[in-house]
Design a protein around this ligand. Structure first.
Ligand code: HEM
Length: 816
């Protein structure tokens, strides 16, 4: 398949004097080769020791168009090709490279890995690329973040010793920069050499690197529809996007489909061949398949006109139904459907019928509390979900009710035990302290520290913070997500955690993100599309690879913890995290209290545990973090409400701003509780709740068969004046004095923050505990304001409502 890069035409038409060589030459070459450039990451490092001449030469011999390597500066000012700050991992030497001379010391070392190679210098690479036969090879120099910017001066001297100006070098080299502080030095010392941002954060790329010539982004950070918009944005500006480090076939294929311009890989030969072979593959629908599709559609319209009396709704088109009208925002779609077709209407996703319910009285049956309810399953049978093995495991997609009930019982009791909740409050406080230290460091680094004020993007911090909290309470392991973020913002690896731990966790967290993409894709994409349309088929394969990898990682985590438990002496206490509880329940080391009953006497299998842990993380993090951001936004907009909340904190904690929070304190925070509910009502973080009819049924005299998909339009119910007085008004007091005579009454099924019936959110109490603890921690310590009081809150949807770029200003209160 000949793929023309989306931005190539534009590049070709641009005046060449307005472009640097990187964008210009890349544009030309790519339209010619019709696939991403292959860049040898540290050379052909899967075959030969990384960052050596042997490895770089091999990458070129394999047919790579470019090479990538890292540079470090020695004590005697030589630029050597090395990744780490230390010699220890890859060479026979020890200690910091910056503390050793090249001459007389590093020059005598070799690689640890065979065949033993000398340590290369930048000079050597320059010699190689200056050869006539290599004049087409292009290179990315990774200027590692821990280097002093003076390495760029040393680099400049080496270039100058070959050519007086940088014209020749700028055609072959580009500088990979991690931190914006290097940019002015690069522009001064190496004028004309293109600069590429290297990193893992698209937000940082957008905010601090808008003036560079290209982007080299970690593969996983480009995963997801929103993330891939970044590639389009960059292309619209004529800037290429590369991805690192691509060592899986499915990843390479994804990069190709996303329009990534170059992939950095350790396995150069494999990918040069891979793309060569791929282009020869034929992809066309066979005649049999086409026939099958026609018969299927005829049957669909027969049923549509003859069998059911359709509800109001748009007419479904062949094959796609009303799918094309869906623009990725469930709440807006639900609201426009309701406006046009009323509170009870229908649409078709492909050939599948979906009923939409937008009023509390319509959902009465759906949220019946009975365990014999007709609505205990959430999603209609979808082969895609079977393929990724979630329909008999975990919760949300589990169609096996026996297995779901078994899991749910243990999950519920594990996370609602008081031991677990207490631990959660302690962990949140400890991690908040660490995050607060990072904020202090960043505040000190910023120039304006007057009045101890500090501005931060709360939405970025909170998704990472809550990920860490939920990770620790479920697995007793850190995710280091906000420490990683701090390192990126500060430009140095200054958080106290080890680089290996942090990289491993970062990969895991990214993998969870891919798993979520996979769930959505396999749930929404019809089987026929996944099987027969090449673009969907490839995406399906690649996402399946991500799911398998994540399952494997969690299985390893579980077996590791099982061993740790076995090694722990019987008298020693085990940590009350969820993984340990689920591993020990119904075993002699059971640390849960009355968790099991007569019907639930066996231990959980590793696969069951995996499902429970993964869903706790996936379902708990974004929901809680985004709810917290929306709370902070509302408290910024409504100072009266904030004042009442602070008075409540004062009545519970006194004026001791430092006293630690006990789990019991949180029950006393009734106004705080009301704020959370009111914000959640107005924002409807989870805008659609799904159910499937197990048997034929009827709502308001409209009959529908078994296995009909039902979607509940939550914002419509949360904002319906029939259920709520002045629904547009932010008024937490509507949740006070419930159950008191003459007090407020909440209409049945009108508040669906956590869903309803037996499939209601099992993390409800944990979420409320977490949110209250965070509110106390932030508002007791700081005066918090919105940076822009007039700006409406920004958000986007992907399954749930995500708060975007919430900029707040915090000022430390004076301790009494
Ligand atoms: C403010 C935070 C949260 C909100 C707004 C929220 C909301 C929801 C909603 C609306 C549902 C669907 C319920 C239904 O279908 O009736 C749900 C399901 C679920 N939630 Fe939460 N949730 C939050 C936090 C959490 C946390 C912290 C956890 C666990 C650690 C969690 C775990 C789950 C699980 C496992 C399900 C699936 C239950 C099932 O299908 O049986 N949630 N949540």
């Amino acid at each position: 398949m000949q793929l023309v890069f989306p931005y190539t035409d534009r590049l070709m038409n641009m005046e060449s004097q307005n472009m640097n060589h990187l964008t210009h030459d890349l544009g030309r070459c790519m339209s010619r080769i019709g696939r991403p450039f292959i860049v040898g990451h540290r050379g052909a490092s899967a075959k030969y020791p990384e960052n050596t001449m042997l490895s770089i030469e091999q990458a070129i011999a394999d047919g790579a168009e470019a090479i990538e390597f890292d540079i470090r500066l020695t004590l005697d000012n030589e630029v050597v090709i090395m990744h780490d700050t230390l010699l220890d991992r890859t060479t026979t030497g020890h200690g910091l490279i910056s503390g050793k001379n090249y001459f007389g010391d590093i020059e005598y070392l070799t690689t640890k890995k065979e065949p033993y190679c000398p340590i290369s210098r930048f000079q050597d690479v320059l010699d190689l690329l200056s050869k006539e036969e290599n004049s087409h090879i292009w290179a990315v120099i990774d200027v590692k973040i821990q280097n002093s910017p003076k390495i760029l001066l040393a680099l400049s001297e080496i270039f100058k010793s070959r050519n007086k100006d940088f014209t020749a070098s700028s055609k072959q080299f580009s500088l990979g920069i991690w931190h914006p502080k290097f940019i002015p030095y690069a522009k001064t010392y190496l004028p004309g050499i293109p600069i590429v941002y290297i990193g893992i954060s698209l937000d940082i790329a957008r905010e601090f690197f808008s003036n560079v010539d290209g982007y080299n982004i970690k593969y996983i950070a480009l995963f997801g529809d929103k993330e891939q918009k970044f590639i389009k944005e960059a292309h619209a500006k004529g800037k290429p996007v590369f991805a690192w480090t691509v060592n899986e076939e499915s990843h390479a294929r994804n990069c190709h489909n996303w329009g990534v311009d170059a992939i950095m890989t350790d396995r150069t030969k494999l990918y040069v061949d891979f793309f060569r072979n791929q282009r020869h593959e034929e992809r066309s629908l066979s005649i049999e398949r086409k026939k099958y599709l026609i018969i299927e559609q005829t049957y669909f319209y027969f049923r549509y006109f003859a069998q059911y009396k359709p509800l109001p709704g748009p007419f479904p088109l062949p094959f796609v139904g009303n799918r094309l009208q869906y623009k990725g925002n469930p709440a807006t779609w639900a609201s426009s459907l309701r406006e046009k077709y009323g509170d009870f209407c229908e649409i078709y996703m492909g050939n599948e019928r979906h009923l939409w319910l937008s009023r509390a009285d319509l959902v009465e049956k759906i949220f019946s509390p009975s365990l014999n309810s007709n609505y205990l399953i959430k999603i209609t049978p979808r082969e895609g979900l079977d393929e990724i093995d979630v329909t008999t495991k975990g919760f949300t997609f589990n169609r096996n009710l026996k297995s779901w009930m078994f899991n749910r019982r243990f999950f519920n009791q594990a996370i609602s035990s008081s031991k677990f909740m207490k631990q959660n409050v302690i962990i949140t406080q400890n991690l908040f302290k660490e995050m607060d230290d990072y904020w202090r460091d960043l505040r000190i680094q910023t120039e304006n520290t007057s009045g101890k004020e500090f501005t931060l993007n709360l939405s970025e911090w909170m998704t990472r913070f809550v990920m860490d909290v939920i990770f620790v309470i479920t697995t007793n392991k850190r995710a280091y997500t906000f420490a990683n973020y701090f390192n990126q913002l500060s430009g140095t690896r200054t958080s106290q955690h080890s680089e290996i731990d942090m990289t491993e966790s970062e990969n895991l967290v990214n993998n969870i993100h891919s798993w979520l993409c996979a769930l959505q894709f396999y749930m929404d994409t019809p089987t026929l599309w996944r099987k027969f349309i090449p673009r969907f088929k490839e995406r399906a394969e690649s996402l399946k690879g991500e799911v398998d990898r994540l399952n494997h990682t969690f299985m390893e985590l579980i077996s590791q913890r099982r061993k740790e438990i076995e090694m722990t002496p019987n008298d020693d206490q085990l940590s009350p995290d969820m993984l340990t509880m689920l591993l020990t329940v119904n075993t002699p080391r059971d640390i849960t209290v009355n968790l099991a009953d007569d019907q639930h006497t066996r231990p959980l299998t590793d696969e069951e545990i995996r499902g429970n842990i993964m869903e706790a993380i996936v379902a708990g993090v974004d929901t809680t973090a985004n709810t917290f951001c929306f709370i902070v936004y509302h408290l910024g907009r409504y100072p009266d409400v904030r004042e009442l909340m602070l008075q409540e904190f004062n009545s519970v904690f006194g004026d001791d701003l430092d006293r630690s929070i006990e789990h019991e304190d949180l029950n006393k925070l009734v106004y705080c509780d009301a704020i959370i509910k009111e914000v959640s009502r107005m924002m409807s973080i989870v805008p659609v709740i799904f159910r499937m009819s197990i048997k034929d049924d009827m709502i308001q005299r409209h009959c529908f068969p078994a296995e009909t998909q039902i979607n509940v339009n939550v914002p419509a119910i949360h904002m319906n004046p029939a259920h709520w007085k002045n629904p547009e008004k932010f008024d937490p007091s509507r949740f006070l004095n419930q159950g008191v005579s003459g007090g407020n009454r909440i209409a049945k099924n009108s508040l669906l923050i956590f869903g309803g019936g037996p499939r209601m959110c099992p993390g409800k109490n944990l979420a409320m505990t977490e949110l209250k603890t965070l509110m106390v921690l932030l508002y007791r310590k700081y005066d918090v304001e919105l940076v822009d009081m007039d700006e409406p809150v920004k958000y986007h949807y992907s399954v749930i409502k995500h708060c975007d770029n919430l900029m707040i200003r915090i000022k430390e209160k004076i301790l009494k």
